[in-house]
Design a protein around this ligand. Structure first.
Ligand code: NI
Length: 259
């Protein structure tokens, strides 16, 4: 049983950490952060994720190409991605999905590589980390068409309604909850957290982005997660220790690790 926090989604390969990456990663366990999954978004960042995971016991990697970056994919790069997925410290395929907030690349390109990467996850027997922005229906349709309940995964930075959350819940997916929960204008997410069973939620930063209040707008790191823990404990009416313990166990179940 862990009293530590599991950050299920971080981007420590981002240039925002160039000045103090090593120092920061080294002091995470002493700061109450027991494990981190560093998530890839481009072919190059996947390589960096694996390097960080090789260097630190408490850091793991996810390998995948973000929907907004899928234009860089071709068969050769996809083959490379498959190889990276087999790394022993790669615990998931991600982040993959659909992002219609940005007009490029077009939906057809995004869908094609989302589906290919879903099938890759099935093949390598690892869960998926889904990025879905302004693409709720298409994401659900594709997940259902690919029997994603057999693959398993998380909807990272969940941003849709509490009602829609029930559909993802039916697929057995987890929900990644981060700094947005502490924002004043996050009514929709608070309602979702209120509705969801504790067993379906995991904690994430998406750092360097989405720092919780009172650090909103600044560079984020896993060390701010206690603010999200507090917010979740308040909404669910349980102690922050319970939030830490349950979300830790959930994350280990998602990423198929020993608790
Ligand atoms: Ni991310």
């Amino acid at each position: 049983m862990s009293k530590l926090i599991f950050d299920t989604h971080a981007h420590y390969d981002d240039k925002a950490f160039d000045e103090d990456r090593e120092e920061l990663l080294e002091r995470l366990p002493a700061g109450g952060i027991g494990r981190v999954v560093n998530v890839g978004s481009t072919v190059a960042s996947c390589e960096a994720c694996l390097k960080l995971a090789e260097k630190y016991d408490h850091v793991y990697a996810a390998v995948g190409v973000h929907p907004s970056e899928t234009e860089e994919l071709d068969e050769e790069r996809f083959a490379k991605l498959r190889q990276q997925c087999l790394h022993p410290k790669c615990v998931a395929v991600g982040e993959i999905g659909l992002d219609y907030y940005w007009p490029e690349p077009g939906a057809d390109v995004q869908k094609k590589w989302f589906e290919r990467q879903l099938e890759l996850a099935r093949e390598v027997k690892k869960p998926v980390i889904i990025h879905s922005r302004e693409a709720c229906k298409d994401t659900l349709d594709i997940l259902r068409a690919h029997a994603a309940e057999e693959i398993g995964g998380v909807i990272h930075c969940y941003s849709y309604s509490a009602e829609t959350a029930r559909d993802y819940l039916k697929l057995g997916f987890f929900f990644g909850i981060g700094g947005v929960l502490t924002f004043k204008n996050s009514k929709k997410l608070k309602e979702t957290v209120e509705m969801l069973p504790m067993e379906s939620m995991i904690l994430e930063t998406d750092c360097p982005y989405l720092a919780p209040v009172p650090h909103r707008g600044k560079r984020n790191s896993s060390l701010t997660l206690p603010y999200v823990v507090e917010a979740m404990a308040q909404i669910k009416g349980i102690s922050s220790e319970e939030v830490r313990r349950i979300t830790w166990e959930n994350a280990c179940r998602l990423y198929r690790m020993d608790a």
